[in-house]
Design a protein around this ligand. Structure first.
Ligand code: EPU
Length: 458
């Protein structure tokens, strides 16, 4: 079954203007992780008392999720340093599409809310267009737990008769979202569940910790297997959102690409995993300042490499875009083989406009034959470096969230002025980055897109 069509988002047209060409130097704090914060908001609905989330990020994706939860009766209150989520008033099982667009969360709500209601409906998913992104694993899992699912043009409807029953699930691929759906389904289901070939990303491990703190009985093992003993009720908890490892790696790439020196706080270095290996291999360096602060810099002239994206603990698909920008400054030919999504190189065309030398191919370059080997997706990139980047009021439009931060890095190293459009896409994951980046020595402004267009015409 494939995902229903994406909902188009209506946001104010904002643009960033960046004057680049200097090493970026300074300190920056990573926000709470987007890909955990929104899942923790869903987990909070499984408790019958309120949950307090600390370090939650002020980003578009949290705002969208908040809008969906409010619409079904959940009360969300901003406290001094936390978001309080009270599910007591949860009164509707029909999740509407928020005014600000959809994201990936509706499919997770489908499973989570099915414990509370006998019929749940959620809208079509939004999020980045980086592949087909089907949700078949989620829908099959709901059925294996005893539910029924109908796909419509507007979204998904799930039904159950009686309590959901524990199930033995083997995921065809260690999908992050499908593992989360299985966790949400299993913690309150009757009896034991086993989730085999599960995702083990740090955000999943964090979700397991949160669910355990709510009273769930969950066991992990050395492999990709998670065992859950269903319980009758869960209570709210207090949880600090972990720092965003994707964002932290992007700031590291900004330091490496610009020959700068950036100290990133708010991040557990363990969660950067193999990124640190690749970063050092190509000439980056890092210093552990304390348990949640890492300093990144360029240690030697950058050298090329071959990277294959993979599920954790492999090189994350969300790291490849900023890393690609850094590789444009490496001396030689690098290869990136994207094995998680079939269409995640849309941003390279604009990079070539700034002077990069990149090419795409449908072949599996790099060694591994991946799931896309027999299809026609341009999922391997060749990057020839070093190429100085340059911009003269050059306008580029962000195709997806992670590519957005990659464009900021490209604009930061390009001599001249770049105009970046499609900013709401980037701000879904990072919020308004201008105040944080301005504290370093990067010249960046946030402007109404109409004003930028007019001034660039002058
Ligand atoms: N897949 C299926 N069927 C399914 C589910 C997934 O075929 O039912 C496939 C996908 O098409 C993809 C692969 O499995 O090829 C992995 O998808 P996964 O389900 O792991 O991704 P996700 O849960 O939709 C999350 C993050 C992504 C991140 C991936 C991989 C969120 C909201 N999104 O997506 O983050 O790239 O895991 O780590 O957690 C981003 O933040 O910009 C972003 C895209």
């Amino acid at each position: 079954m494939s995902a229903a069509t994406e909902h188009s988002e209506t946001r104010p047209p904002i643009a960033y203007r960046i004057r680049g060409g200097e090493p970026v130097i300074g300190q920056i704090r990573a926000l709470g992780a987007k890909n955990f914060a929104t899942k923790a908001m869903v987990a909070a609905l499984l408790g019958d008392t309120p949950t307090q989330l600390l370090n939650y990020p002020a980003i578009g994706d949290v705002a969208i999720t908040r809008e969906m939860l409010t619409a079904i009766g959940v009360v969300l209150t901003d406290e001094e340093d936390a978001l309080l989520i009270d599910p007591a008033g949860l009164g509707s099982a029909c999740v509407p599409i928020p005014d600000s667009g959809s994201n990936r969360i509706p499919i997770l709500l489908l499973g989570a809310l099915l414990h509370r209601f006998e019929e749940v409906s959620v809208p079509v998913l939004g999020g980045c267009r980086i592949g087909e992104r089907p949700v078949d694993f989620h829908l099959t899992a709901i059925e294996q737990f005893g539910g029924e699912v109908i796909t419509t043009a507007e979204g998904y409807i799930a039904r159950r008769r009686g309590r959901l029953r524990g199930a033995q699930i083997k995921l065809p691929y260690p999908s992050v979202g499908a593992t989360e759906t299985c966790l949400f389904l299993s913690v309150l289901a009757e009896g034991r569940s086993v989730i085999a070939n599960a995702a083990i990303e740090p955000e999943i491990i964090e979700l397991i910790t949160m669910l355990r703190a709510m009273g769930a009985v969950i066991f992990t093992s050395a492999g990709r297997e998670i065992r859950v003993e269903g319980v009758r009720r869960l209570a709210g908890t207090r949880m600090k959102i972990l720092g965003d490892r994707i964002e932290a790696a992007s700031w590291a790439c900004l330091a490496g690409a610009s020959n700068g020196d950036i100290t990133v706080s708010g991040i557990n270095p363990n969660n950067l995993g193999n990124f640190l290996g690749y970063f050092q291999q190509v000439g980056g360096g890092f210093e552990l300042i304390d348990s949640d602060t890492v300093r990144f810099f360029r240690r030697t002239p950058l050298t090329p490499t071959v990277v294959e994206t993979d599920v954790y603990p492999g090189f994350s698909t969300d790291w490849q875009q900023p890393f690609a920008i850094m590789l444009t400054q490496a001396h030689g030919i690098s290869i990136i083989h994207e094995t998680v999504y079939e269409n995640r190189f849309g941003y390279l065309k604009a990079l070539n406009i700034l002077g990069a030398n990149t090419q795409l191919t449908t072949h599996c370059l790099g060694g591994l034959l991946c799931r896309y080997r027999d299809a026609n997706h341009e999922h391997s990139a060749i990057i020839v470096g070093p190429t100085p980047l340059h911009a003269e009021e050059t306008a580029i439009t962000i195709p997806d969230l992670r590519a957005g931060l990659a464009y900021i890095i490209a604009a930061a190293i390009a001599r001249g002025t770049s105009l970046i459009f499609g900013v709401p896409m980037l701000e879904r994951g990072y919020g308004d980055v201008v105040p944080r980046l301005s504290r370093m020595n990067l010249q960046i402004e946030r402007l109404l897109a109409a004003d930028v267009t007019a001034s660039s015409r002058r």
